[in-house]
Design a protein around this ligand. Structure first.
Ligand code: ACK
Length: 755
């Protein structure tokens, strides 16, 4: 048995071959009956290598029924196997004088059995796989020219359970040469993600996903049980959970590595670290252990011990002492990992004379992250906002950053991509937001507020802050790089290209990030697909945490009657009406993001005005299910859009619901019936002409296309197809979907449409 690799959608999927006649040297030993039917021959391929193949060509006689049966093919644990068959087939018209009984197809069957030595299988025992026809039949002239047109067809059989199976080919009067047969199954290949290793996994039967538990790589341990799903086509989907490096180990791509470090443990909330060298930079990382196990590490805390301290102590052999205070509630055990890093900064962080209390303060102000017991600290609670930045964001030396290209424009300046290489760490790709020259002090504060918020978070579905550059100009915020950019643009670019499970996986990631934020009592206020970033593994991360963003940054934000600026289409009614922003209003926005995901970046409420959206929502209307939307997902959206906020689900419940759907993909099969609005009496849709109808669904630009194609009355469009839309010049897939979905709603409306 040999393993080959084929790339599927950019991910490697491995296929394991169970049988390949191309590599068989001797007799294939298949059963052919009757004897005058199929015959085994040896032919040369284009490289003059002998190949075993079978042919039959009894086209001159009627009532043919020739069977060819393989040997027993063990299934090697696979539930679903693929059969790739290469063959040539003669075109009946090209054969002079053949009767009308000549055929251009043959049938393929299988029979499952634990017995590898069956000598006879009745025709009625076989299960039919398919009738196989040729895409390219060949004529006599082709044969004369030795141009063999080879057909390749692939079929699969699912839900196998016995030790193996036999394949059979039935000829009923065609002229066929079976050139090769390859039988294989697909595996999701061994993969390491989020520090968890997922074994080579055989795909499931039908299109079922196989849930696989990952095991933590060496020197790491579970943070949240790592899981992924192996899809029917051999790709990994929906990574959930992760492992974290054990104390004293540092994450380096797919593994955990040692450094020069010391592990310190305490049960107290305050710790004194002794034995430090003067004039040296130390990096501390803190993590907590509770009854529930270890948390993940917080961000790095850098401290420089001063020369003065040592001199004040007076004894060159006596070391500097640092006092560390840890904020937080239920911590039982705290680890401090200190690693020695030689300083030598260009625009760095060294204080020539430092009050020992200052060092103490840096810890007391809470750069320490204790998962599970933390709430988000608003930068405004600091008298000095620069202190918030110091507490929550690591200062990065500008010389460690290489800016490569501009990828966009932010409110405060350019967004670039580039690389960050920190001492003793591997180089990583980063996104770099910079503050344009000529900024005011307030702009600088607002710009950096994003870093002091983001720096408090540590979750796989929240964009990760690498650090800030504040001591050199331009001032910069450095975050992890997300290869696929923002979710709305990404979805529009890949309209219709993902499986529903992939889309649910994206939603699950966003919900998990939002659960983390809501657990920390952080309210996002501007959750929308444009503020979600997507990496190369399709992992979605929540981003955009600036304090001013809802007011200034978001082009979607509009002024309300109360003077606030709010992204109306994404915002819960109570937040629009009286600025009641809570995690429950974030849940409303999350429902809109779900709708954006399923509709591949369609604009919520299309081209309706903000005022109309507010009015419609108040009257009880809700966005309809997008095309091909599973009914369970639309129901979840409707739950998020409950008017009474306490009745909306919590993010934790949303994550659980999505997990259940991923585990049971059958639950996603029932699709919601699309209609433009839930309530068909909505006045916008009491229309009587095609032009009015197109205007009502914001597709007025196609009026001429419809009339030129002869669609002049509403009843004429009731059965319009995607193909016809393309022909008449509606080529954008999003627009086609929208029109077809609106046609479906016309069907549903019945009496409200004057046809
Ligand atoms: O849609 P985009 O490509 O994704 O264009 C915007 C642009 O910068 C302005 O915000 C992109 N962007 C922002 N942060 C990141 C990041 N961390 N990784 C990759 N692209 C980013 C965003």
């Amino acid at each position: 048995m040999k393993t080959i690799n084929t790339a599927i959608e950019g991910k490697r999927c491995s296929a394991v071959t169970l049988l390949d006649t191309m590599s068989a040297l001797g007799d294939l030993g298949w059963e052919a009956y009757p004897a005058e039917g199929w015959e085994e021959i040896s032919v040369m391929d284009e490289r003059n290598t002998p190949m075993r193949s079978y042919q039959v060509c009894n086209v001159m006689e009627a009532n043919q029924n020739n069977w060819l049966r393989t040997r027993h093919i063990p299934r090697d644990g696979a539930q679903r196997v693929y059969i790739e068959i290469k063959f040539t087939l003669r075109d009946c018209n090209s054969l002079p004088g053949v009767p009308g009984t000549c055929k251009e197809t043959f049938n393929m069957y299988y029979y499952e059995s634990n017995n590898a030595n069956l000598w006879f299988i009745k025709e009625s025992q076989y299960i039919k796989i398919d009738t196989i026809a040729a895409d390219e039949s060949f004529t006599q002239t082709d044969v004369g020219d030795r141009v063999m047109k080879l057909n390749t067809e692939v079929r699969d059989i699912s839900n196998l359970s016995k030790k193996g199976f036999y394949l059979a080919f039935q000829d009923v009067g065609a002229c066929i040469a079976l050139v090769s047969l390859r039988v294989f199954y697909k595996k999701c290949p061994l993969a390491v993600l989020n520090l968890a290793q997922f074994p080579d996994t055989v795909t499931g039967g039908d299109s079922a996903l196989v849930e696989v538990r990952g095991s933590c790589v060496n020197d790491s341990e579970e943070f949240e049980a790592p899981r992924m799903y192996c899809s029917g086509d051999g790709g990994w989907l929906v990574p959930i959970g992760r492992c974290v490096c054990k104390p004293g180990f540092e994450e380096n791509k797919d593994y955990c590595q040692h450094q020069n470090y010391t592990v310190l443990k305490t049960k107290a909330h305050m710790m004194t670290v002794e034995g430090l060298k003067p004039g040296t930079t130390y990096v501390f990382r803190v993590r907590a252990r509770t009854d529930g196990g270890y948390g993940s590490y917080g961000g790095e805390i850098e401290l420089e011990t001063s020369h003065e301290d040592m001199l004040a102590i007076g004894d060159p052999n006596q070391s500097t002492i640092l006092a560390v205070s840890i904020a937080g509630g239920i911590v039982l055990l705290i680890f401090l990992v200190a690693c020695f890093v030689v300083s030598g900064r260009h625009c760095g962080y060294i204080k020539a004379k430092q009050d020992p209390d200052e060092e103490k303060m840096q810890f007391q102000n809470g750069r320490v992250k204790l998962p599970g017991s933390r709430t988000y600290i608003h930068p405004h609670t600091y008298e000095d906002p620069n202190q918030a930045v110091r507490d929550f964001a690591k200062e990065i030396d500008a010389s460690n950053i290489r800016i490569e290209r501009v990828i966009g424009a932010g409110e405060f300046g350019e967004v670039c991509s580039g690389r960050l290489k920190l001492p003793s760490k591997r180089e990583i790709y980063v996104a770099i937001k910079s503050l344009k020259a000529g900024y005011s002090e307030k702009q600088r504060r607002d710009f950096l507020s994003e870093a002091s918020i983001m720096g408090q978070f540590d979750h796989p579905n929240i964009i990760r802050l690498e650090g800030v550059v504040t001591r050199c100009k331009p001032v910069m915020i450095i975050t992890e790089y997300m290869e696929n950019g923002s979710l709305d643009t990404f979805l529009k670019k890949h309209d219709g290209q993902f499986t529903v499970i992939q889309l649910v996986g994206m939603m699950r990631g966003i919900a998990s990030g939002m659960k983390y934020l809501s657990d920390m009592s952080y309210v996002h206020r501007d959750l929308a697909a444009r503020n979600i970033l997507v990496n190369s593994n399709l992992v979605c991360k929540v981003s955009d945490f600036g304090l001013s963003r809802v007011l200034e940054d978001d082009p979607e934000a509009a002024y309300t009657t109360r003077g606030g600026k709010i992204p109306i289409r994404w915002t819960a009614p109570e937040a629009i009406a009286y600025r009641k922003f809570t995690s429950a209003s974030d849940v409303w926005s999350y429902g809109i993001v779900m709708w954006e995901v399923i509709s591949y970046g369609e604009r919520p409420y299309w081209e309706m005005s903000n005022q109309d959206v507010i009015k419609a929502i108040d009257e009880g209307y809700r966005l309809p299910a997008p095309m091909d939307c599973p009914v369970v997902l639309h129901q979840l959206m409707l739950d998020c859009w409950e008017k009474t906020r306490s009745e909306r689900p919590k993010f934790g419940q949303i994550v659980n619901t999505l997990d259940k759907l991923i585990r049971n993909p059958n639950s996603l099969k029932e699709l919601a019936n699309s209609s433009v609005w839930e309530d068909p009496t909505t006045p916008e849709f009491s229309v009587s002409t095609v032009d009015e109808w197109l205007d009502a669904i914001s597709m007025g630009q196609y009026k001429d296309n419809f009339s030129s194609a002869g669609y002049v009355s509403l009843d004429s469009i009731l059965y319009i197809s995607l193909c016809e839309l393309s022909k008449m010049g509606v080529t954008l897939v999003g627009h086609q979907k929208k029109i077809v979905s609106a046609v479906q709603s016309l069907h549903a409306q019945g009496t409200h449409v004057q046809v």
